[in-house]
Design a binder for this molecule. Structure first.
Ligand code: AQP
Length: 331
């Protein structure tokens, strides 16, 4: 059976981008067709300036939202990365296989290190080595497929390269994974700056729809979305990024093809109104389920404990095999 692994970082409140680009596909498709694991990758949240209490709070919230989005612990394994030591153990071995150059080439490293410097902070070494930990997350589970939004495909490519290199040097150890992304909304853009990704740790609040935003807040944000000069509704990411983003969001939420939808609108106002309502409707069941889950925190604890136990059992043989293959004495 195909093995699927993916995760979400508790660096901020989860966004519509996280949902349409990743979570929804995990819940609606992946958990039904594959042996799948989904993880709150909390160690990754320590790669940038962080407040410990906030990371704890966001980790709990992200785990709750994974379940609220429809992940069923009877069908898939839901857990927290730091509860399974194998991730960190394997990450070190992969740092010994990766090169400094390939880490520095990662777009996310370039963007986030530049942002840290603008904020006057220093860049943590873990931000540079983050893709080795992400590769460990994936490779520890003999993963075949990694469903992610477009922004993460470069990191999955690197995990592939590291798996191939390790196998070639030290003998067949890892399954070589590949990234999969949804057909529409694989890259939801910021409503106020549609040339930038809608990112959960960005500062531009009005351009970001959060999964737990009230319907009125969602409507306001979508109605105030930056559109392009010109009046006609055209799907063209390069020339009309604002309108194209709305069309992609509408298509992802209400169904249909973004280019076909473009032909059915003659004004930005109507497009915004329909998009806002479609987003509100998509978020409604997630928010309802989130409320129910918050009323029973013991259930989440139980799911995460059982998930970590299962994940540990799955990861240990592969990580132990990697330790032996690379030349370390068995304990
Ligand atoms: N805007 C987006 N459009 C489509 N997919 C997206 N994803 C993130 N933003 C968008 C996908 O959501 C999954 C979980 O993301 P992550 O927690 O790994 O964080 P990220 O990819 O680094 O992006 P974020 O959410 O914006 O976080 P920050 O601001 O901390 O970088 C991934 O599959 C991702 O592709």
């Amino acid at each position: 059976m195909t093995r699927v692994f993916s995760g979400v970082k508790p660096t901020g409140h989860l966004t519509l981008g996280n949902y349409l680009g990743a979570l929804r596909q995990w819940a609606e498709t992946d958990q039904h067709r594959a042996d799948s694991l989904f993880c709150v990758v909390d160690l990754h949240a320590l790669t940038v300036d962080h407040d410990p209490a906030r990371v704890r709070r966001l980790s709990r919230q992200a785990a709750t939202l994974l379940l609220a989005a429809g992940l069923d612990p009877e069908r898939c394994t839901v857990f927290v990365q730091s509860h399974v030591d194998e991730h960190a153990r394997l990450s070190y071995l992969l740092e010994c296989v990766a090169t400094d150059g390939e880490m520095r080439r990662m777009i996310q490293y370039k963007e986030k290190s530049a942002r840290e410097q603008v904020r006057g902070g220093s860049v943590r070494l873990s931000l540079l080595t983050y893709p080795a930990l992400m590769a460990a997350d994936i490779l520890a589970y003999d993963t075949d497929e990694v469903p992610v939004g477009e922004d993460q495909t470069q990191h999955v490519e690197l995990a592939r390269d590291l798996a191939v290199r390790f196998n070639h040097r030290y003998g067949q150890t890892f399954t070589v994974p590949k990234a999969t992304s949804p057909k529409v909304a694989a890259r939801v853009m910021n409503l106020q700056d549609p040339t930038s990704k809608m990112g959960k740790s960005d500062d531009t609040g009005p351009g970001i729809v959060y999964l737990l935003d009230e319907p009125e807040a969602v409507r306001k944000k979508v109605m105030r979305a930056v559109t392009d000069s010109g009046q006609d509704v055209v799907h063209d990411r390069a020339a009309r990024p604002g309108v194209t983003n709305l069309l992609e969001i509408l298509a992802a939420c209400a169904g249909g093809d973004p280019e076909d939808l473009a032909a059915s609108y003659s004004s930005y106002g109507a497009l915004k109104k329909d998009t806002a309502e479609a987003v509100v409707e998509v978020l409604r069941p997630v928010q309802e389920r989130h409320r129910e889950l918050c009323a029973d925190p013991g259930y989440l604890e139980q799911v995460l404990r059982a998930g970590a136990e299962k994940a540990r059992t799955m990861a240990r043989p592969t990580v132990d095999a990697a330790y032996r293959a690379i030349g370390l004495l068995p304990a």
